[in-house]
Design a protein around this ligand. Structure first.
Ligand code: PLP
Length: 284
């Protein structure tokens, strides 16, 4: 079934949706995006995603194309138009189109696109087995806290992981893990402490990361925000990643070495359960 996408205020069949070749998103990756999970026809962690969307727009000086009220109603409408009960909603906002030049005008009309992906978010089969990662040099630009569409480095790195027979990468900078290709990275020490890198421009400020840290603290788990090395991760009791699409996903091998006993560990499992329970209850 062909999707209906949202493009600059109109609902359009996906094959008919066209963006200018002079769009700065295409020419300069001058665009930001957001991804929100949908379960049971409801939006998971929506407030956090909208707040980060605004931070990304502010950071690049791109005006918000619609009001908060309109944005929420567009999310509801795109679910209804595409019969989406479980999956993801992507939205992409570029600075707009004008003749190619590094300098840009201050009054461009942003290009605003929304589309859906139907996929089993809750029934992800990888949860049972966990995923494997390889370590890979960090090579992205320095402002990784902005959710821009500059995803080429992460995409190429993930292809390298696939070539090596793994599922993802742990990106490493100055001997420390920044994050995975499209998720935040965490470990659990032998003493049961959840260790995660503190927020900075080195990593995207994951909405799922924030929620999981809150829930972990509420569940009485000790949380330490500090960077960790690949060696520490390899020797940890557990490792896992978090993202809007994977929620809490156990990492069971790093560079071919099992983490813990090589199976999803109890803390990752528990956090996944708590996250799902809490976020389904607060979904809108
Ligand atoms: N880090 C990167 C680089 C990402 O691309 C993503 C999600 O796309 C995340 C972390 C996780 O963020 P969130 O939990 O908001 O999906």
């Amino acid at each position: 079934m062909s999707r209906i996408v949202h493009l600059n205020g109109a609902w359009v069949a996906e094959a008919e949706a066209k963006v200018s070749v002079f769009d700065r998103g295409f020419l300069f990756a001058d665009a930001i995006y957001e991804v929100t999970a949908v379960i049971g026809g409801k939006l998971i962690d929506y407030a956090g995603h909208v707040a980060r969307l605004k931070r990304s727009l502010d950071a690049l000086g791109i005006p918000a194309p619609v009001s908060d009220e309109t944005l929420l109603s567009l999310h509801r409408e795109i679910m209804a138009r595409n019969d989406l009960t479980e999956g993801l909603i992507y939205l992409q906002i570029s600075r707009g189109a004008e003749d190619r030049d590094f300098l840009f005008s201050s009054d461009l009309a942003p290009t605003f696109v929304m589309f859906t992906q139907k996929k089993p978010v809750l029934g992800n089969p990888k949860w049972e087995s966990g995923i494997s990662v390889i370590t890979w040099p960090e090579g992205r630009w320095v402002n990784r806290q902005i959710k821009t569409v500059q995803l080429l480095y992460s995409s190429l790195a993930k292809m390298e992981a696939k070539k090596a027979g793994a599922d993802d990468v742990f990106l490493v900078e100055d001997g420390l893990v920044t994050e995975a290709s499209s998720a935040n990275a965490h470990i659990v020490t032998a003493g049961g402490v959840l260790v995660t890198r503190p927020l900075s421009n080195a990593l995207l400020h994951g909405i799922t990361r924030g929620s999981v840290l809150d829930l972990a603290a509420r569940a009485g788990l000790a949380v330490e925000e500090r960077a960790f090395s690949p060696e520490e991760a390899k020797g940890a009791a557990e490792a896992f990643i978090t993202s809007a699409s994977a929620f809490v996903m156990p990492v069971v091998a790093i560079d071919g070495k099992p983490v813990g006993d090589g199976r999803p560990g109890p803390v990752s499992r528990r956090l996944r359960e708590i996250y799902i329970e809490d976020r389904l209850a607060s979904a809108i």
